[in-house]
Ligand binder design. Structure first.
Ligand code: SF4
Length: 325
């Protein structure tokens, strides 16, 4: 059986269910790299370009972890999926960075997906991957339909309040869990890229920490894409990069919600788009008077530093709420 490796980083938090189901329907075994660990991050930091952002370094670590366990690494070159915004250039160069930056890697499946250039670009991408694995056309089509259904189910579970890793657990490990909702006193929104918010190691488990303090946490991943689309920018135009645009829309949406007590922007050190995104979020949020904190994570982020800042922020929000009652 062919083993396909999918690194548990970057796109993993958004599209893993779709690709996993697709490959399995074609008879392949999907191997993911599991949770980020110190060793894995250290490997990524050592091998990636020094000025790469921390999520890319994490991705390198995950790719290295899969190196001797799989026949192929799956690293799609996703350019555009909505005909409007494009993914950050680091995503576009990812297959090449891994191919030429790391030694002795397995062959990389690096299909390009750009819905602006071809009709049915997504299906054609799946089709070309299926052909690479010598599958028959009908089998590829059936696998594609099942993959899209798995993705819809994943998104539905996210909208019920689960976070991506929980949704993946529910789908593939048949876990029966309820969404964690806190004690009802405080609601925090966490905005940022899914691969920074939900990687428990580099985010120092920010969601888990807040939940343990009794706070209900919502993230951009819990929002319906239509709801994000409907956000009107004060800027009057969308941002160029897909995840950056999505994060700004989510921040604007949360800033307008009366039940949100605090907004935290998790931003990655070395991220170009984040340098403007954080400012845009602050400009808008300033007029809405919701407490806001920006947390920058990097490869040296430590429990102590981030934990203390988080506790101080929560205390400040609680005091503010008490003073308003
Ligand atoms: S958007 Fe920022 S954090 Fe994400 S891959 Fe690009 S540079 Fe890195």
């Amino acid at each position: 059986m062919i083993r396909i490796g999918i690194p548990s980083a970057l796109f993993y938090y958004v599209y893993y269910p779709m690709w996993k189901v697709f490959f399995e329907e074609l008879g392949a075994q999907v191997v993911s790299s599991g949770k980020t660990t110190k060793k894995l991050l250290d490997n990524g930091v050592r091998e990636a370009l020094a000025d790469a952002c921390v999520p890319v370094k994490v991705f390198f670590g995950h790719a290295i972890a899969l190196k001797d366990k799989v026949d192929y690494l799956f690293i799609p070159r996703i350019v555009c999926l909505n005909n409007k915004t494009v993914y950050c250039p680091k995503f576009l160069g990812l297959p090449d960075m891994v191919r030429y930056g790391l030694e002795n890697m397995p062959p990389i499946i690096d299909v390009r997906i750009d819905t602006r250039t071809r009709r049915n670009a997504l299906f054609k991408a799946f089709y070309s991957v299926g052909k690479l694995l010598n599958a028959k056309s009908l089998k590829i089509f059936k696998a594609y339909v099942k993959a899209r259904m798995a993705q819809l189910r994943f998104q539905k579970i996210l909208r019920r309040g689960f976070q991506p890793l929980e949704a993946i657990d529910i789908i593939f490990n048949h876990k029966k869990i309820k969404p964690v909702t806190g004690d009802g006193r405080l609601n925090f929104a966490i905005v940022g890229y899914p691969y920074t918010i939900h990687d428990q190691y580099i985010s120092v488990d920010i969601i888990g920490k807040l939940r343990r303090m009794g706070i209900n946490v919502v993230t951009v991943d819990n929002l319906h894409p239509l709801l994000l689309k409907l956000q009107r920018y004060k800027l009057g135009k969308r941002l160029f990069w897909t995840f950056t645009d999505r994060t700004l829309r989510a921040a604007y949406y949360f800033a307008g919600r009366k039940d949100i007590d605090g907004i935290i922007h998790v931003t990655a050190f070395g991220c170009g788009p984040d340098s403007i995104l954080d400012k845009f979020i602050q400009i808008n949020n300033g007029s809405n008077k919701i407490p806001f904190m920006s947390l920058t994570i990097d490869e040296h982020s430590g429990e102590a530093g981030l934990g203390t800042r988080l506790e101080a922020f929560v205390d400040m929000v609680k005091r503010k709420k008490r003073s308003e009652q």
